[in-house]
Design a protein. Structure first.
Length: 102
């Protein structure tokens, strides 16, 4: 069984027991969270697609930790002008484990 759920404006395919990285959530480590914006639920051959969400389905998860993603380098250059600029950025992520799709 899996579901497509919207978390912080992004869509994720989740299954029970899966650990995923999502954009930073405000909850503390160890907190239980529920996501009610479930767009699709599939159980073997039975597929339910919401319009826009599937009613009565909730994805329950637990926050494991706060982490930073790999560094993304932004390099700007204008040719023949001697202009070069290098910036780095590390996005903050939250690692969650999916407990169940109810």
């Amino acid at each position: 069984m899996y579901a497509i759920v919207e978390i912080a404006g992004q869509q994720f395919k989740v299954e029970a027991g899966a650990e995923i990285f999502v954009p930073r959530l405000s909850e503390d480590k160890g907190a239980n969270v529920e996501f009610s914006k479930v767009l699709l639920v599939a159980n073997d051959a039975d597929i339910k697609v919401g319009a826009p969400v599937v009613e009565g389905v909730v994805v329950k998860a637990t926050v494991l930790e706060e982490v930073k993603a790999d560094k993304v380098l932004v390099f700007k250059k204008k040719r023949r002008k001697g202009y070069q600029k290098l910036n780095g950025h590390r996005q903050k992520l939250t690692k969650i484990v999916i407990n169940e799709i109810a």
